[in-house]
Design a protein around this ligand. Structure first.
Ligand code: ASP
Length: 343
């Protein structure tokens, strides 16, 4: 990492910067300056680190698209000044926020690394220091005087992932995230090994970086379970003004074949609702038509979510609706990988 490398830390909240409230023992976010005080090791890194903090740091369960837009604004405002960005964020909704940012930041020519921790930074056995320090080192990696990584990533417990491929799978283990359908972009051991062939295509330098800041939250997720009834499905699909819904289906995109179910989907489609088929399985992809139980969905022209995660899909919908993608091209655009979120 060269001396000139400049990194901006964006602190949004999360366990990494929380303290235990004395009386109740609950964890609450605290001031960012205190966080930096806890890690004098940052001074040893061979780069200039500056920081900005959310005025009111949040537990990530309180994050919503307004906060995602705020993160995009911070990156946009400081884009030219820094070589890389590290976003400190609670792990609970980190995959959602980082997936959203991956779409919002178009033609990104620098790394944006999300990280957090399972234990607060002051804790004796904390995972926060390694996560933060390695994220900063990765954000500062250069190749031929240019940033090596030009995409939104998530670093946790020795693995760097493409953010929009991740999902939180464990509430206790330090290894809290997986990327079931895409290999890690880098692994950190004695050395940090970057798998360059798996990185997102380097930005085409002539294209200008753009931060898109309109998201449309008129979306829903309906997770199928054996026994769901018509009333429940109608309750979701007939929400007034709903624009798009994710159907979390079984296995390779399968669903019941009952007439009332197919009729309800067909009517919703006719009303203009965008319906995406995403599998409940954490690994593998939707393949409509492979089984009889997904043939009707294929015939209805339901959007194929392939191997996208639910986090990647719901945020992609918000982004695409915000960009006002026309109904005629919505299916094609969704089924095309725009930031490496699907295979
Ligand atoms: N509840 C915390 C949050 O998401 C958990 C964490 O930071 O890991 O903000």
């Amino acid at each position: 990492m060269s001396k000139r490398t400049r990194i901006l830390l964006i602190y949004t909240g999360g366990t990494i910067g929380m303290v235990k409230e004395y009386q109740t023992g609950t964890l609450k976010p605290f001031n960012f300056d205190k966080l930096v005080e806890q890690i004098p090791e940052l001074g040893q890194l061979d780069c200039a680190i500056h920081s900005v903090s959310f005025k009111h740091p949040l537990d990530s369960s309180n994050m919503n698209p307004t906060h995602w837009i705020h993160i995009a604004e911070i990156i946009e405002k400081h884009y030219e000044e820094y070589d890389g960005f590290v976003v400190l964020h609670g792990s609970d909704t980190m995959s959602y926020t980082s997936s959203a940012l991956s779409y919002m930041l178009e033609n990104l020519g620098k790394p944006v690394i999300f990280t957090g921790s399972q234990l607060p930074i002051g804790d004796l056995r904390t995972d926060a220091k390694e996560n933060l320090i390695t994220s900063i080192q990765i954000a500062g990696m250069q190749k031929g005087n240019r940033p090596l990584i030009c995409e939104v990533c998530l670093y946790f417990e020795h693995n760097l992932y493409r953010a929009n491929r991740t999902t939180k799978v464990n509430a206790e283990h330090f290894e809290a995230f997986t990327s079931p359908n895409y290999p890690p972009l880098a692994e950190s051991g004695v050395h940090i090994k970057v798998n360059e062939e798996d990185l997102w295509e380097p930005v085409r330098r002539r294209r200008k970086f753009v931060a898109h800041k309109i998201l449309d939250d008129r979306v829903a997720i309906f997770k199928l379970f054996p026994g769901f009834n018509e009333q429940l499905l109608q309750g979701i699909l007939r929400i007034s003004d709903l624009q798009a819904v994710i159907l979390e289906t079984y296995g390779a995109g399968n669903a019941p074949t009952e007439k009332w179910f197919i009729d309800e989907l067909s009517a919703a489609k006719k009303r203009g609702l965008h319906i995406v088929n995403v599998t409940q399985c954490s690994g593998g992809a939707v393949s409509m038509g492979r089984y009889e139980t997904s043939e009707a969905l294929r015939r209805l022209q339901i959007i194929n979510g392939s191997d996208i995660t639910t986090e990647g899909a719901i945020t992609k919908l918000m982004y695409m609706l915000g960009r006002e993608i026309s109904s005629a091209s919505f299916k094609t655009v969704f089924e095309t990988s725009i930031r490496g979120e699907m295979s």
